[in-house]
Ligand binder design. Sequence first.
Ligand code: ATP
Ligand code: MG
Length: 334
Amino acid sequence: MSKKKRILTGDRPTGPLHLGHYVGSLKNRVLLQDEYEQFILIADIQALTDNFENPQKIKNNILELALDYLSVEISPEKSTIIIQSQVPELAELTVYLMNMITVAQLERNPTVKNEIRQKGYRENVPVGFFVYPISQSADILGFQANLVPVGEDQLPMIEQSREIARRFNSLYGQTFVEPKEMLSEVPRLCGIDGKEKMSKSLNNTINLSDSADIVVEKVMRMYTDPTRVRATDPGHTEHNPVFIYLNAFHDDKKEIKDFEDRYRLGKVGDIEVKKRLVEILNSFLEPIRQKRKEYEKDSHLVNSILKRGTEKGRAVVEQTMTLVRKAVKTDYFG
Ligand code: ATP
Ligand code: MG
């Protein structure tokens, strides 16, 4: 058995992965995949909770998500990629964990509150959506994860997973590992529209699979500093996506500082900074695009990576479930 500590993390197959996913979580996954035993979950059941009217969209995005992972060098030899729906034990675990948490606790979750507002559900929140944080806890606890590399919006989910684990362990005896979150240096990347989070659902992303031309187009229409009318006006670099992205994707801090100083003094225009940002983003994205192309040619290989990963992941959750069923006395036939 592997002595490495475990990571569980994942994404909803609701659309292409973007720069926010990269800096918020993917980068850490690539860095940590040697040191940890890493499981990456394609959370299709969770994606259905707010997309149940469009299951084809979720299905189509599973392969796309896998291609995104492989293209950023998540290695199928080092990391295990799993399709959530194909591990029914996770649904079983969700049911048991539902008893460990109250409706009031779920209602306090600020991320879910925010999402309910964004989706305009008002009083008509689907029960499946409302309880998705419990199914997410089942994912984390089912894999006995020590560490969960996530963006800032996921902190309440990890906290809640710890609470559920503690409750379960104190009621039934030591069963689950208490997971810890891992935040990156950029735990929340803003959107190209300046909104606080780049998000698949908000149409404000630069995707890892965007072509060079699309990147030009998106950067050129990117929100900058609304108080600045002319290039000679002094500008603001804080809350300005162009500078936020420069800081997140460019290693030459001296060059960034020079741009920032000149921008604040009204000595450089938006266009010049944006042109430089396009170069930086495109040189970051080019190897990712190339790698994606290689895997796109071989969907058979990608499918077999998913199948193998899912089988391996399912066996891990099955081990946890043996402990769980014993703890809650449902191991009736042994
Ligand atoms: P959706 O709108 O469907 O929820 P999403 O863009 O929020 O999509 P998820 O699949 O929910 O993406 O999130 C996957 C992981 O990426 C999570 O760990 C999340 O915290 C992280 N993440 C998503 N967007 C950002 C962002 N803009 N900055 C940093 N991390 C992010
Ligand atoms: Mg999300």
